[in-house]
Design a protein around this ligand. Structure first.
Ligand SMILES: Nc1ncnc2c1ncn2[C@@H]1O[C@H](COP(=O)(O)OP(=O)(O)OP(=O)(O)O)[C@@H](O)[C@H]1O
Ligand SMILES: [Mg+2]
Length: 313
């Protein structure tokens, strides 16, 4: 079967450890609750979660030819992700992030850049974009994608009828220019609150939403951590509260929100109901460590969506 979802861009390894309050205070070994390694990144994390939710998924990105890269590839494959378009770059390391999470949930992250930024578009990628039902774009900032190639991929996807979603991480000063190229082909732009205000310079999220729509996005969903999300769809604007949970680790909540949204749309849910499903997906991910946290399949997540307590709006 063709992939329902093509996830494009940042593909990394996350190593998440909890709880770690103080770094390097002693040279003794300290026992902690858990350490989890998992494929991650705007594309890699979303692909992992979408596959877990039963969405046939293909990834387009790049890893290094080290053991971290093999782990990422095999981890994605273990959940059924098609890695045929995941390149291995000879002589390069795999982009890897070490995240230390305090008992309170606050976290530090240490990132070693690597092959992820070499993600590129070729004929095979364009072919996959023509055949995908959804394209999730997480490639902003990759030199071979910025400046036109990423936009061409999204244009191709749209021309062939795909629904295009887009997320990003740690945007640079050049990101607004790239967004102006991409957003005309994006149906749902899904940044975090911090990213939205950085990208637009807007005073509040409502103003940021209007800016993204003016740059061409069809709709916009701003993820706002424990405050939930701001959803702008076809003229309506509404705040969706998050679930009232005690998060263990919110790493990859944003990526999982995107994956949950796409997976629910893929099953015919309305965009607003898909945002509710996405909120439940992110909550289950936040209950455990790393990319998947306590997430199980689609039905379990739909059941959790109905039974978990919704927080304050
Ligand atoms: N403390 C929390 N309690 C409940 N839900 C949460 C919490 N933190 C995040 N979420 C859920 O996860 C969604 C996405 O989280 P967030 O806004 O942190 O995304 P992000 O900053 O893009 O994350 P990422 O680190 O994955 O890039 C939120 O909209 C919310 O539904
Ligand atoms: Mg994010």
């Amino acid at each position: 079967m063709e992939s329902a979802l093509l996830a494009v861009g940042l593909t990394t390894l996350d190593i998440v450890a909890r709880p770690i309050e103080d770094l390097t205070r002693t040279e003794r070994a300290i026992l902690i609750e858990g350490i989890v390694c998992a494929p991650a990144g705007t594309a890699g994390g979303a692909a992992m979660v979408a596959a877990r939710l039963g969405t046939p998924t293909r990834i387009l990105g790049a890893v290094g030819d080290d053991l971290n890269g093999r782990f990422v590839r095999e981890g994605l494959e273990a959940f059924g992700v098609d890695t045929g378009l995941l390149a291995t770059r000879p002589g390069q390391t795999t982009s890897t992030t070490l995240l230390t999470v305090e008992a309170s949930g606050r976290r530090s992250s240490f990132h070693a850049p690597g092959a992820a930024s070499t993600a590129a578009v070729d004929e095979a990628a364009l072919g996959a974009a023509r055949r995908a039902r959804f394209v999730h774009y997480g490639g902003i900032g990759a030199p071979a994608l910025d400046g036109g190639a990423g936009a061409e991929l999204l244009k191709t996807a749209k021309d062939f009828g795909a629904i295009v979603t887009c997320d990003l991480i740690s945007p640079r000063r050049s990101a607004p220019d790239e967004l102006k190229r991409l957003l005309p082909y994006v149906d749902y732009f899904m940044p975090s609150a911090a990213e939205a205000t950085f990208l637009t310079g807007a005073e509040d999220l409502e103003a940021a939403v209007e800016q993204f729509l003016a740059w061409g996005a069809g709709g916009c969903i701003i993820k706002d951590g424990g405050r939930g999300s701001l959803v702008a769809l076809a003229g309506t604007r509404r705040r969706l509260p998050a679930y009232a949970i005690e998060p263990a680790d919110t790493t990859s909540c944003g990526d999982s929100y995107c994956a949950g949204f796409i997976s629910a749309l893929g099953r015919g849910w309305t965009p607003l109901e898909a945002c509710r499903f996405a909120t439940a997906t992110a909550a289950l991910v936040a209950l455990g460590l790393g990319t998947l946290g306590k997430l199980q399949g689609f039905e379990e997540t739909a059941e959790a969506m109905r039974t978990m307590t919704i927080g304050e709006a």
